[in-house]
Design a protein around this ligand. Sequence first.
Ligand SMILES: C[S@@+](CC[C@H](N)C(=O)[O-])C[C@H]1O[C@@H](n2cnc3c(N)ncnc32)[C@H](O)[C@@H]1O
Length: 234
Amino acid sequence: MNSDGVGEHFDGVAPDYDRWKAKAHHYYSALKASLAEVVPAGSRVLEVGCATGDILASLDPAEGVGIDISPAMIELASLKHPGLRFLVHDLMKGPIDERFDYVVAADVAEHVPDLEVCMRAMAGMLTDRGVLVLVTANPAWGPVLHLAELLHMKMPEGDHEWRSRTDIVTAAIGARLRERSFTRSLLVPRDLFGVRGLDSARWAYGIRQRFGLIQRAVFDAAPGAHAPTPGSSG
Ligand SMILES: C[S@@+](CC[C@H](N)C(=O)[O-])C[C@H]1O[C@@H](n2cnc3c(N)ncnc32)[C@H](O)[C@@H]1O
């Protein structure tokens, strides 16, 4: 997998992006709620891979910045959310020169060719007490998601690779981040009457932790991670 075609792919998806999200509104509501559990309203927030900016806006930041490799996504985001700031930036090229209390990345990790490089870039945009929240799809759902894509029931993902917990934690260790929590939620990503109780039932907690579609990993910046290591050139 390489990131050469990623911007072009999402430029092509951009005009229909919000329509795809509306189709998967149950999933997106759960995704936003999962992020809002960690990121308090009124924070200074960066969203990487922000697409049309709705997730960032839903977090109600005091200062919100979104970056994305796709110029078409950034153009739409800027039109939709004039109170937030959006920049075209490829995460694989490193951090932007700003620091945030919260960096969030929703459904982006599967599109980057090197997860550790991506994690280092995100770690480099955290304040010393900053928090990174990474949300990805559980790879156990890979075949279902693939089928849904073939049946045009979900957005075409382009080149991607679902990330396991081990992939994420290993990359985070390489980026000198400290794991705070890893949880899974959402067993029923559609509004199916009678089955949704699985997403809140206490008895189903263990099943959700194993098979929930939404994986949320929360990391703290390691103290002193921004200081140059002895003998390095910075
Ligand atoms: C599946 S979309 C998710 C968008 C948004 N976070 C959401 O959940 O609605 C992935 C986004 O990540 C962006 N992206 C992929 N690779 C990137 C990179 N290397 N740097 C910045 N953005 C990237 C894509 O352009 C796309 O908008």
